[in-house]
Design a binder for this molecule. Structure first.
Ligand code: ZN
Length: 234
């Protein structure tokens, strides 16, 4: 369990590094180890409650603007860093070659910085309404990229959305009526119900209780520190 909060503020340097935004082409900012730009960052409100999952780019943007700080869980303590503090800690870690294989790093033109796993908004203390976007990405994530008929996992491009009760029969676009299906199963089911097609749904589709990305990430070792803020049974 995390026992206390310690602040690490480092005096701002006179040089002003540009925010890390992952632009390519001009050579200014290039992702480095572990495809750092692909990872997610958990966002807490001022009261340390998980409110969002953001991309690395958005997270660094908030840090650079001073709207957020890094929260790092180290030796059972929460340590917080502003952008410059986090940058200095990252540089030190790189210098001493203390980078862990599970860490993600981003390189800008002047420096390399570790991707934080968690940031905390310094002025936002609301708890946002639990609005989970009903879209293709979240349905795939809810179903674990697994066809709900043949129960096999597929890459995203080989998956489709299937109306359990076909649209032509009044089936709605809803969490309860749309599932992830592989192309083969979708075509062979056609405009029929699963019962008519002689196939069985892996499980009854429901609206997720929380962001499906969050649900998936907290099961991964990489995002272990998120578990301090997100209950696995939420
Ligand atoms: Zn299938």
């Amino acid at each position: 369990m995390v026992t206390s909060v310690r602040r690490h503020r480092v005096r701002k340097k006179s040089s002003s590094p540009k925010p890390v935004n992952g632009r390519n082409g001009d050579g200014a900012h290039q992702p480095t180890r572990s495809q750092g730009m692909q990872v997610s960052v958990l966002v807490l409100n001022r009261n340390y409650m998980a409110v969002h999952v953001l991309s690395v780019q958005r997270a660094f943007c908030l840090l650079w603007k001073g709207s957020a700080e890094v929260v790092s869980v180290e030796n059972d303590q929460y340590l917080s860093y502003d952008f410059d503090g986090w940058r200095e800690i990252s540089e030190l870690k790189a210098e001493l070659d203390e980078r862990d294989d599970s860490d993600d790093w981003i390189r800008s033109v002047n420096f390399e910085i570790q991707v934080p796993r968690i940031i905390r908004l310094l002025r936002y203390d609301r708890i946002p309404r639990n609005t989970i976007k009903f879209n293709r990405r979240n349905i795939f994530l809810r179903d674990g990229h697994c066809c709900q008929y043949c129960e096999k996992r597929f890459p995203r491009q080989e998956l489709s959305l299937d109306h359990v009760m076909p649209r032509s029969r009044g089936g709605e676009d809803s969490w309860e009526n749309i599932v992830c299906a592989c192309l083969n199963c979708n075509v062979s089911k056609g405009g029929r119900t699963p019962q008519e097609a002689g196939i069985t749904l892996k499980c009854t589709p429901v609206k997720p209780k929380r962001n499906p990305l969050l649900t998936r990430q907290i099961t991964l070792q990489k995002y272990e520190s998120w578990r301090n803020f997100v209950c696995s049974s939420d």
